[in-house]
Design a protein around this ligand. Structure first.
Ligand SMILES: [Zn+2]
Length: 155
């Protein structure tokens, strides 16, 4: 069976990511320095570039300190996960996607959702602000007459 992420080119996913993350050129995610040298490729994922920052003298990779860090999954699996999120599926539904590691995918989907919430700009209210109230009945405990079914209608 053909898997969705097999249709994705992992190397191109990384190229796109680098272009979006560092449009002005690679810079260190920790100190922001652009005095960065390439340090070969990741051993487990050849498409992932590693770097060395001369500013803080630390190493980093394409995914370091990004929303995609912390799980050792190919970037194309992250893209697959993003695609499923865009379909408005729940984390549970995404985790049940065939051919993906259920616990990893669940955690990755959760991580992506949290990142979206963190990136949401703070709302600043200005001018005249109005606010309405809404009451929602949470239950009818102690009021059985409120949930009693009405007699069936006859046509
Ligand atoms: Zn640095």
């Amino acid at each position: 069976m053909l898997k969705f992420h097999d249709l994705l080119d992992n190397a191109k996913c990384y190229e796109q990511l680098r272009g979006l993350r560092w449009p002005e050129g690679i810079c260190c995610p920790r100190c922001g320095s652009d005095h960065v040298t390439r340090q070969g490729r990741d051993e487990t994922e050849r498409d992932k570039q590693r770097y060395y920052c001369k500013g803080c003298q630390r190493r980093f990779g394409d995914l370091s300190l990004s929303v995609f860090s912390g799980h050792h999954q190919p970037l194309k699996i992250w893209m697959h996960c993003l695609y499923l999120l865009s379909l408005n599926l729940s984390n549970r539904q995404i985790a049940h996607e065939p051919d993906l590691n259920e616990s990893d995918i669940y955690a990755m989907a959760q991580q992506l959702r949290e990142a979206v919430v963190e990136k949401k700009p703070v709302v600043t209210l200005t001018g005249e602000v109005e606010c309405d109230e809404v009451y929602v009945v949470a239950g009818h405990k102690g009021r059985p007459d409120a949930v009693k079914k009405s007699p069936a209608r006859t046509a």
